[in-house]
Design a protein. Structure first.
Length: 458
């Protein structure tokens, strides 16, 4: 990315604009604000997940259709949030609805295998080039199982993870997700920082944190803990700091490094799987790890998860030495939705359409950034993209520390007030596309972004 002259964000101006946009947004959500009070009587905080309680207030949803979302106040939005990227098939897709209805009439749960298993397993094996699969119910479960597989297969305890990545809400990996800069330690040896209270220190002692896009740092971690590391888990494209792509050779270098040290490499493709390409990051970047973790997009909107691995990695499970179990694993409703999602909706043609809409967004947003000389750039691949508010390329988490969250919050408010639903407040402006999004929808997003750019550039 070429260095160019940019304007400097005036944070006092941004604060004023935030106040104006919040004042404009609140009257549109009277019903949400009132219903929150009702829900608070019996539901902690009035929401089902803490991440739903994003500033300026929770927005309660009535229904979705295709790429449109409707809140309980009757506001209509083009949805670029898509349930944190799970709804790549769009809302209430007729094929998914039909598949779930048919399955439900036969029985909603058996805790026994059904005949969808082989079709889904074969499809995932084709996409991700790993021979064996098991199913679970969330991305958190998938990464938890990956960690256990790596430990079971090596007899070792330590896991290497990337600073600034989220791998689910379990104690094995919920470290250094968005760590406080005051606690992260030196870049050469980042501290392992618990993300929330309640995680015992003993778990932190089992996790080694390294920066993204830095093979030397990963190699140093393996050398300093020779013979102790079970494996490394990595989002092949970071999705917690905008979309940060791997530099050429990085992922292959990690695979080679793990092989040399007798450790496994796991890709957390919960966000990239079935979104950035037909075969996710495996296809997009041409590297096949030992383990792939999936969820979100593969389930068509129902709770889902999957773990794919080599025969070696799945050896303890196949031999009966390690039970990978769960009452709802392979639930018939999930299997029915996954089957139609993978075999009938997210086909090769869907990814060509994602690429076309992404290109329209990239052209339009890039043009706005140039015209208004914003210190920002557009990045992404397939159905995932982002505007990163930095004049220089972001390669890892620490490159984002100086970016003020008020900028992306204001960008979110501009979209929300103008009929585009986005992921709640985050340090980077991100989006997900569905099979229903069009280049006309991209123009709407770009128009709103230009209104934001004009306001902040003065």
């Amino acid at each position: 990315m070429a260095v160019r002259e940019t304007v400097e964000f005036d944070l006092e101006r941004i604060d004023r604009l935030i106040a104006e946009e919040e004042a404009a947004l609140e009257p549109k959500h009277r019903a949400s604000l009132e219903y929150r009070k009702v829900a608070e009587r019996y539901v902690a905080g009035g929401v089902a997940s803490s991440w739903q309680d994003a500033p300026p207030h929770a927005i309660f949803v009535e229904r979705g259709e295709g790429n449109r979302l409707y809140d309980i106040d009757g506001n209509e939005y083009i949805d670029y949030h898509l349930g944190y990227g799970a709804m790549v098939v769009g809302h209430a897709h007729p094929k998914v609805v039909e598949a779930i209805e048919l399955a439900a009439r036969r029985g909603t749960h058996f805790a026994q295998p059904t005949k969808d298993l082989d079709v889904i397993g074969e499809n995932l094996a084709e996409r991700f080039r790993l021979p064996l699969w098991r199913f679970c119910n969330s991305g958190t479960e998938a990464t938890l199982e990956a960690v256990r597989l790596m430990r079971a297969g090596t007899g070792r305890d330590l896991i290497v993870k990337i600073e600034g990545t989220y791998h689910g809400h379990h104690d094995s990996l919920m470290f250094s997700v968005v760590p406080d800069p005051a606690t992260i330690g030196p870049r050469e040896r980042p501290a392992t920082v618990p993300q929330v209270p309640g995680i015992p220190r003993a778990f932190a002692d089992l996790v080694v944190v390294v920066p993204f896009n830095d093979l030397d740092a990963a190699a140093r971690a393996f050398e300093e803990h020779e013979g102790e590391i079970a494996g490394m888990i990595v989002e092949p494209a970071m999705m917690n700091c905008g979309v940060i792509l791997p530099e050429p050779g990085y992922l292959q270098g990690l695979k080679d490094l793990c092989r040399r040290h007798g450790a496994f490499l796991a890709f957390d493709e919960v966000k990239t799987g079935a979104t950035i390409a037909y075969g996710g990051a495996v296809e997009a970047f041409g590297v096949v790890p030992d383990i792939v973790c999936l969820a979100k997009a593969i389930g068509g909107g129902v709770p889902c998860g999957a773990v794919g691995a080599t025969e070696e990695a799945f050896g303890p499970v196949v031999r009966g030495e390690y039970d990978m179990a769960g009452t709802f694993n392979g639930n018939p409703l999930t299997m029915a939705a996954s089957r139609v999602t993978l075999t009938e909706i997210l086909t090769h043609d869907a990814y060509a359409a994602f690429d076309a809409v992404h290109a329209a967004l990239e052209r339009g947003l890039g043009g706005v950034i140039e015209r208004y000389r914003l210190p920002a750039y557009v990045t992404g691949i397939g159905a995932k993209g982002s505007v990163i508010y930095s004049a220089t390329p972001v390669r890892e988490f620490r490159d984002t520390i100086g970016i003020d969250e008020r900028i992306t919050y204001l960008a979110w408010l501009f979209q929300q007030n103008r009929g585009v639903f986005k992921s709640p407040w985050s340090k980077q402006e991100t989006w997900t596309l569905s099979v229903w999004h069009t280049e006309e929808d991209a123009r709407r997003y770009v128009e709103n972004f230009e209104a934001f750019a004009a306001a902040v550039a003065g």
